[in-house]
Design a protein around this ligand. Structure first.
Ligand code: GDP
Ligand code: MN
Length: 426
């Protein structure tokens, strides 16, 4: 298929999705990056980093951050304060925002207080994310809280800066209540970043102090370097603080890296917390299967991203609930089918499988043989409904009808196959 390696552009929305933070597809609509924190799956095409990991990358590019230590027990939190000196801030490390409001960020004056706060926060469930790790950071005195981010504006095909002096709070609130306070500025990726752009951001947002202007402008430039060098999709600092002494520092970080570029960033790839990820998606990643867990009972498998998306839709249209999105990519090669089916059937919610194939360059007879070979290599008791259409469809269907096991049904159209699968799943 021609769609072989192209990832879906608009992956299926996924309810109750966890473990993902800011989505970026909305940048072009004028909404800030943070708006769709949990919007939809992104098919594992992005790696969200924890605050402390993002800050480590910030520091690498010269963006000032506070000194801190990791802790995963109250005792370690106390030991961290012994090293850092108090007061500190005890910060839950979870891949979701708004930790402060949820009680996941607490100040502590000394070792015993840090130990107590760590005891409170460890194990806390913040919107489905259980806190296992803390970042203990030297507390900052805050005079002002600003917001700075760099993300992709897909519709403009350019990186987009957003900056406002009304930081600290949810940026979507700022975007709604005082949109004029949010300064937006594109960078032409071919020309790269120019220092005047940083100055324009700072002046337009109304930063009056010359010392602040200078420091923020420098941070703006370094953020671009970090963004490009790390193949980031989002770099967000909220809040970017000014201390009473006039020092500017990143107090939080949200850093998302493009999965497709991780091969050239082995150090960042290692930051992935596989334990926090959905186990099925982790399995899929291991097997190089493009898979997104959904909530229903009908396992869905298609060849090509677009067709796989349509397959999810048509199951819903037929009155069923898709259990997943899964794109077989181009082929009907048996190993690919085995891998995809093994991921799909790992989900105990799956009651039937809808296999939607359109033969293009890959002919249906090849796919049919691939399916048969796959089913000879693994035992699947669930009903499987196959829709085969396109090049050599008739021969493919004949091959399947002649040799397939009794739990495999062949249907000529997508809708009929989806209906059948939905019926068999209930
Ligand atoms: P978020 O709620 O997940 O975005 O977590 P942040 O790291 O942004 O922290 C939330 C809020 O806690 C910040 O906006 C600050 O107001 C406050 N905070 C975080 N670190 C410090 C600190 O070192 N000192 C003080 N005074 N407040 C802090
Ligand atoms: Mn924040």
């Amino acid at each position: 298929m021609s769609t072989l390696h192209s990832p879906p552009r608009a992956p299926p929305a996924r309810e109750g999705r966890r473990g993902r933070r800011a989505a970026h597809g909305n940048a072009g609509t004028g909404a800030p990056a943070e708006v769709n924190r949990n919007a939809g799956a992104r098919l594992g095409r992005a790696l969200d980093l924890y605050e402390y990991q993002g800050k480590k990358l910030f520091a690498r590019f010269g963006i000032p951050v506070s000194e801190g230590r990791l802790a995963d027990s109250p005792e370690q939190a106390s030991a961290a304060v012994a090293e850092l000196g108090g007061p500190v801030v005890v910060k839950a490390q979870v891949l979701t925002g708004g930790r402060g409001k949820a009680g996941g960020i607490k100040l502590a004056a000394d070792e015993s207080e840090a130990e107590a706060r760590a005891r409170d926060i460890l194990g806390l469930d913040i919107r489905g994310h259980v806190v296992r790790t803390l970042w203990i950071e030297k507390a900052s005195d805050i005079a002002r809280e600003y917001y700075l981010s760099l993300t992709f504006d897909r519709s403009a095909r350019k990186p987009l800066y957003m900056f406002t002096t009304q930081g600290g709070v949810d940026i979507e609130e700022v975007a709604e209540s005082s949109p004029d306070a949010l300064v937006r500025l594109h960078v032409d990726p071919l020309e790269g970043f120019h220092p005047w752009q940083a100055r324009r951001l700072v002046y337009t947002a109304g930063v009056a102090d010359a010392g602040e202007q200078k420091q923020i402008a420098a941070i703006v430039g370094r953020l671009y370097e970090a963004f490009v060098a790390c193949d980031a999709m989002l770099c967000e600092i909220n809040p970017l603080i000014v201390t009473p002494d006039g020092e500017v520092r990143a107090l939080d970080s949200k850093f998302t890296v493009d999965d497709n570029a991780l091969y050239r960033h082995p150090d960042i790839a290692e930051m992935r917390d596989t334990a926090a990820a959905d186990p099925l998606e982790a399995l899929a990643r291991e097997k190089h299967v493009t898979y997104v867990k959904l909530d229903g009972e009908v396992g869905v498998l298609g060849n090509g991203a677009g067709l796989s998306m349509s397959s999810v839709d048509v199951v819903t249209f037929a009155g069923g609930r898709p259990a997943n999105f899964c794109d077989l990519g181009g082929g009907g090669d048996a190993q690919g089918v085995v891998d995809a089916l093994s991921v799909i059937t790992h989900d105990p919610q799956v009651k039937a499988i809808f296999f939607n194939i359109f033969g293009g360059i890959t002919r249906c007879d090849e796919v049919a043989r691939g399916i048969l070979q796959a089913l000879s290599e693994m035992t699947i008791d669930l009903p499987i409904v196959v829709r085969l259409d396109g090049t050599n469809a008739e021969e493919g269907r004949r091959i399947l009808s002649e040799a397939a096991p009794s739990n495999l049904h062949v249907e000529p159209t997508m809708l009929e196959a989806a209906r059948k699968a939905v019926e068999l799943a209930t």
